[in-house]
Design a protein around this ligand. Structure first.
Ligand code: KG4
Ligand code: ZN
Length: 331
């Protein structure tokens, strides 16, 4: 089975062709980062229009690179939600319509299921069951993954997502959008000078997160300290350590609760080096392993949607003819 995957939930147009025998045949990505940079964040209407401009050329490109014609495609998967409604509708409209025109089944995929299964695109993919830490710009959650479609959310953020906290704190530091990776880069130059950032919600049982307090703590620290590059790097480091520690503590709890030794991390923040190193060390300590997708599949992409859609289509699921986007959609 060969599936065309379409991702347009936010500011990346991602298209890919995945084949269950041959693996990933092609993937094409267009990032709108430059378009939104002047505004300090994603402008939904501009995002939708840019998806409209890029989606068809990228589909042509991905098909050509896969050596596929529409006849070779057995189904089309597109991100149905959660995300920006206008952006989602571009992918849903094109995906659903092409599937109709080509006489193939279509399937709407949950964006976070895409992230969750992204490590499956790697050669050394984890076996089920595992605990997944999903940390993106819109979501932070811990999930007990027993198999495809068997997801139990163990905990999630009650306010800002981890990536959102990175982005907002970066903005406070005067870093350009998208701030997460820039803050991480600055943190690498920072020294440990004893800032006492909290580890939110770790002093009580449970697996939920809260990151908005860390952003406020960062704001107060920035206001109280001198405004020079090294001080900012030190604060960035302390902030990053607090987020990473908090995530690691909750992961350890989730592993203890489930008894699993496999941890998957996915979503944009899983590209963070300190997080990867900290979780690798923690997993080695309990005789387990951490899995994550290659860098380009941590952030939004079409390959993860093609993969997740293929699993759903193979299980016999498909969409009716309506074009639907679901901006809010629990996993
Ligand atoms: O998964 P993703 O591409 O989009 C969403 O579905 O939200 O995640 C984007 C998020 C942004 O908040 C970005 O700042 C964050 O991931 N991010 C990082 C790093 N790379 C991306 N945060 C911290 N460190 C990084 N290296
Ligand atoms: Zn995402």
């Amino acid at each position: 089975m060969r599936v065309l995957g379409i991702e347009t939930s936010c500011d990346e147009t991602g298209i890919a062709v995945y084949d269950d025998q041959q693996g990933l045949l092609s993937h094409a990505l267009y990032s709108q980062v430059k378009l939104h940079a002047d505004y300090g964040g994603v402008v939904p209407e501009l995002a939708s229009r840019d998806h409209v401009r890029k989606i068809i050329p990228l589909i042509r490109q991905a098909l050509a690179e896969a050596g596929s014609t529409p006849d070779d495609i057995d189904g089309i998967a597109y991100t149905k939600g959660p995300g920006l409604i206008g952006a989602l509708l571009v992918g849903a409209c094109v995906g659903r319509s092409l599937a109709f025109a080509w006489g193939k089944p279509a399937i709407g995929v949950h964006h976070m299921e895409g992230h969750l299964l992204a490590p499956m695109l790697e050669e050394d993919a984890p076996e089920f069951p595992f605990v997944a830490l999903l940390v993106s710009g819109g979501h932070s959650m811990l999930v007990n993954v027993e198999g495809i479609g068997k997801y139990q959310v163990l905990g999630e953020s009650i306010d800002d997502a981890a990536g959102e906290a990175f982005d907002k704190t970066a903005k406070l530091m005067g870093l350009d959008y998208p701030g997460g990776p820039r803050l991480a880069k600055l943190a690498a130059k920072g020294e440990s000078v004893g800032y006492k950032f909290p580890r939110p919600m770790t002093d009580r049982p449970g697996l939920d997160f809260s990151f908005s307090g860390l952003k406020t703590f960062a704001a107060n620290t920035i206001a109280a300290e001198p405004d020079d590059e090294q001080t900012r790097a030190n604060i960035a480091r302390a902030f990053e350590e607090a987020v990473v520690d908090t995530l690691a503590i909750k992961c350890r709890r989730a592993l203890k609760l489930t008894g699993y030794k496999r941890l998957v991390i996915a979503g944009g923040v899983s590209a963070n080096t300190r997080l990867r190193e900290s979780l690798a060390e923690m997993m080695a300590g309990i005789g387990g392993r951490v899995y994550y997708p290659r860098g380009e599949f941590c952030t939004d992409n079409g390959a993860m949607i093609a993969y997740a859609g293929l699993q759903r289509l193979r299980a016999g699921q498909q969409e009716d003819l309506a074009v639907k986007g679901q901006p809010r959609w629990p996993l």
